[in-house]
Design a protein around this ligand. Structure first.
Ligand code: FAD
Length: 446
């Protein structure tokens, strides 16, 4: 498709698990991809955040990667993918095939820099590498994930450190830390994964965490067990507090490999240091550890800079989202944030958000028509006597009711709720401030 001038009904920002899942359901609901909805993705390639994950993260060492809706129609499933293959490659490949199969026509690279309220519609500005392009749309579904917004907490002396600060997003390979003194910060499973990889490579390894690690007896972290932690997040969000870590609520599974790491003293976390000095870190009791590198597995924040012209943020710093839409502007939807920030959460959110977006679209169109009718000058209309209805004439449909032949208006009531292969839609958190915490996702290999 050409990208110089686009006028569409829905813009989906982000082509990761959340954006693709939303796209699948938008298409199912009757919207034409590349025409009635447009997906803009920064890219550079398919795979969302997964394309940037480090090589050592294999399909078998990631947490469960949930299939996209309708992936089975391609004969693909992450369940049957090669467990030794790098997750980044498999996910990028499956997503590419999925996009092609469903004809989503994802625009890539398309870096969205601004979303602005133009009154009756929204204007999305994106850069495709050649300059700014503009899209006029009724609705924006934001599915930009968090990978592009790494978070490093501030500690005194942070900038004075003479070694390397490395966030999870910058970690590529254990070999680059060969012979170095390394501090790993964070209480999630990515921190643990790095410690296990670096153990035989680094000269010294120190693990610090701002809270004690709860190791679970259960070898597998059940994603569903996250629900109570998610509820705690939601409660905190409603109260305007910082969100607690998901992993703090669910713990870290004590796999055989992790247990062995605990037994040999590798996985013993020290409390957080108090300050950073040019050559290392210092604890409150005065003890000091030299360091060449500090690896920060300290999580992410949602990537929302491009929404700032809409002024959706509360003074507490978050955006209040009610039923998937911004409290301050019901035309802006969010997919894949907070409690939905997993492949399964993003997949389920796709269905709910797509339905709500299409319902909102129908309402906006109807209101626009009503307004246009109200403003139209009165005209004399001759009403011919109504003809007798033909015996076989079909019952009025929603399409007839809306009367403009716009398929979008008919699709909301026409959704088949009983489609057996779809999981029941997860009720969205009624209100959730979308601030994320630790990255607690990578499960070290057994
Ligand atoms: P992403 O995959 O990040 O996709 C967002 C897309 O939006 C990207 O393509 C990005 O380029 C694009 N984008 C961002 N900003 C813009 C912009 N301004 N303009 C245009 N495009 C933009 N979840 C699991 O279920 N299982 C796991 O095993 C797992 N492992 C993880 C390991 C790590 C280290 C981390 C950090 C997370 C892990 N997760 C895992 C969570 C994981 O991030 C989500 O499951 C999933 O990738 C989120 O999908 P998404 O579509 O919301 O975000």
């Amino acid at each position: 498709m050409t990208t110089d001038s686009i006028d569409t009904s829905v813009v989906v920002i982000g082509g990761g698990q959340a954006g693709l899942s939303v796209s699948y359901y938008l298409k199912r609901l009757g919207l034409d991809p590349g025409n009635e909805f447009v997906v803009l993705d920064r890219g550079p390639s398919t795979g969302g955040a997964w394309q940037f994950r480090w090589d050592a993260l294999r399909i078998g060492s990631a947490h469960r990667i949930n299939d996209l809706p309708g992936l089975d129609a391609l004969g693909l499933s992450f369940e049957t993918a090669d467990r030794q293959a790098p997750a980044k490659e498999v996910v990028a490949d499956y997503y590419r095939q999925y996009e092609e199969f469903y004809g989503f026509q994802v625009v890539r690279p398309a870096y969205v820099t601004r979303v602005e309220n133009m009154g009756a519609n929204l204007q999305v500005t994106f850069n495709d590498g050649h300059g700014d392009q503009f899209v006029q749309t009724d609705i924006v579904i934001n599915a930009t994930g968090t990978w592009g917004s790494p978070f490093i907490p501030w500690y005194p002396g942070l900038k004075s450190f003479a070694g390397r600060h490395v966030h999870t997003t910058e970690y590529t390979d254990a070999a680059e830390f060969a012979g170095q003194k390394v501090i790993v910060v964070g209480g999630g499973t990515s921190a643990i994964g790095f410690l296990l990889e670096l153990e035989t490579v680094a000269q010294s390894l120190t693990w610090v965490s701002r809270r004690p690690i709860e190791f679970l007896e259960d070898g597998e972290l059940n994603l569903e067990a996250r629900k109570s932690a998610v509820a705690m997040q939601d409660e905190a969000a409603r109260a305007g507090r910082a969100l607690p870590s998901i992993v703090a609520g669910t713990g870290v599974p004590r796999t055989r490999r992790i247990q062995a790491g605990i037994d040999r003293g590798l996985l013993q976390a020290r409390p957080m240091f108090a300050s950073i000095e040019p050559n290392g870190v210092r604890w409150e009791n005065g003890s000091f550890q030299e360091a060449d590198a500090i690896i920060w597995s300290t999580g992410f924040r949602p990537e929302l800079r491009h929404l700032s012209p809409l002024k959706l943020r509360e003074k507490e710093g978050g955006i209040v989202v009610a039923n998937g839409t911004a409290w301050k502007d019901g035309r802006i939807f969010f997919a894949g944030y907070g409690p939905q920030a997993s492949t399964i959460g993003a997949q389920r959110a796709g269905r709910t958000i797509a339905r709500q977006a299409v319902a909102t679209l129908s309402r906006l169109k109807r209101e626009a028509r009503d307004l246009a009718d109200a403003e139209a000058p009165p005209v004399f209309v001759y009403h011919a006597p109504a003809p007798e209805p033909a015996a076989e004439s079909p019952a009025p449909t929603e399409l007839d009711y809306f009367g403009d032949g716009d398929a979008r208006d008919s699709v909301v009531p026409a959704v088949d709720e009983s489609t057996p292969e779809e999981p029941a839609a997860e009720p969205l958190e009624e209100t959730a401030a979308i601030i994320l915490d630790d990255d607690d996702w990578m499960k070290p290999q057994n």
